[in-house]
Design a protein around this ligand. Structure first.
Ligand SMILES: [Zn+2]
Length: 278
C-alpha cells in the first residue's frame, strides 16, 4: 500500500527551504552579503496565512536567528532540517554529513523543544551516488526525507525514482523497500520520454501558472500529493543584484508571490508531519 493512500486524502505538501539569497556561495563568504532572511521569511509566513507548511531550515540560519525559528514554530508550522552549511551531499564525507545533520537538528530542537523528524538535502542531492546518506539519516532519527528529484539533469536527479511518497533505503533508492524513511520526491510532470520538474523554485517561476495548475491536478487525480518547494528569497524583489549569481537565480522573481497566492487559492496544502500523521 502506498504511503498515505489509506487516509484517502489528497492534500498537497507545501515546503519552504529557509536560506538567505546568497547561500549558494561557500559558507566562508556568508559574512560578505546583506542578511535578508528575516524579512523575506516573515513575508512568506504572512502569505501562507492559516496554511501549514514544513520549513526546512539551515542550521546556520537557526543558530544566527533563533527568534525567526521560534516565530515559524509559533505560527504552527513544522520545522525540518536543510543541513547546516548548504553543501550538497556529494561534496561531503559521510562523517561530515552526519556531523552537520546532528548539529542542525540539535540547534533547531534547542529553540523549539521539538525533535526534528524531516530532512531536505541541498540541491536535491540524495541520489544513487549518495545513497549512503539514507543510513545516516536513519541512525540520526530522521523519519522522512524530501530530497529525491525524479528528473535527469547534469547536476542532480534520480530519473527512475518513484514520483510519489515511498519507503526509501540505501540499497533501493528507486523503489519501495522496507526502509524506515519515507521519501517525498519533488513533483514532476511525467511526459513519454522525460519528467519535467513543475513544482518549485526556478521551475515554478519559469512555467506559466496554467501548466503548473494542470500538472498538480493530474497528480491529485491519481490521489497523490504534489510536493511544492519555495525559498523566502524568491519573493524578495529588493535583494541585491550581483553578477556572482547566475541568471536563473533572478529569473521571473516578480511572478513568484502571485503564483504562490494563486496556488493557495486553488489547492489544499499542509505540512509533511500533518500529511503523514493527520
Ligand atoms: Zn537550499
Amino acid at each position: 500500500m502506498r504511503i498515505g493512500s489509506k487516509m484517502g486524502h489528497i492534500e498537497n505538501i507545501l515546503t519552504v527551504d529557509v536560506e538567505d539569497w546568497y547561500m549558494t556561495t561557500d559558507i566562508s563568504r556568508w559574512g560578505e552579503f546583506e542578511d535578508r532572511v528575516i524579512a523575506s521569511t516573515e513575508r512568506m509566513l504572512s502569505i501562507l496565512g492559516d496554511t501549514k507548511a514544513t520549513f526546512f531550515v539551515l542550521g546556520y540560519v537557526a543558530e544566527h536567528h533563533p527568534e525567526l525559528i521560534s516565530l515559524i514554530h509559533d505560527c504552527g508550522h513544522e520545522l525540518g532540517t536543510h543541513g547546516y552549511s548548504h553543501k550538497p551531499i556529494q561534496s561531503q564525507t559521510p562523517d561530515q554529513f552526519e556531523e552537520e545533520l546532528l548539529k542542525s537538528m540539535e540547534i533547531i530542537k534547542s529553540i523549539t523543544g521539538v525533535k526534528v523528524c524531516g530532512h531536505r538535502a541541498c540541491q536535491a542531492s540524495v541520489m544513487k551516488s549518495t545513497s549512503w546518506s539514507i543510513d545516516i539519516m536513519e541512525r540520526c532519527g530522521i523519519e522522512y526525507d524530501s530530497s529525491v528529484f525524479p528528473v535527469k539533469t547534469p547536476l542532480y536527479g534520480v530519473p527512475d525514482a518513484p514520483l510519489f511518497p515511498y519507503r526509501i533505503s540505501s540499497e533501493n533508492i528507486c523503489g519501495e523497500s522496507k526502509g524506515r524513511i519515507c521519501e517525498f520526491p519533488l513533483s514532476v510532470r511525467k511526459l513519454p520520454y522525460k519528467n519535467i520538474p513543475i513544482a518549485g523554485g526556478f521551475y515554478l517561476r519559469l512555467f506559466p501558472y496554467w501548466f503548473i495548475k494542470n500538472s498538480i491536478e493530474k497528480i491529485n487525480k491519481k490521489r497523490e500529493p504534489a510536493v511544492i518547494y519555495l525559498h523566502p528569497w524568491e519573493i524578495d524583489l529588493e535583494q541585491p543584484k550581483s553578477p556572482e549569481f547566475k541568471w536563473y537565480h533572478y529569473y521571473n522573481l516578480p511572478a513568484m508571490e502571485p503564483k504562490i497566492k494563486q496556488l493557495l487559492k486553488d489547492f489544499k496544502f499542509t505540512s509533511i508531519r500533518e500529511w503523514l500523521h493527520g
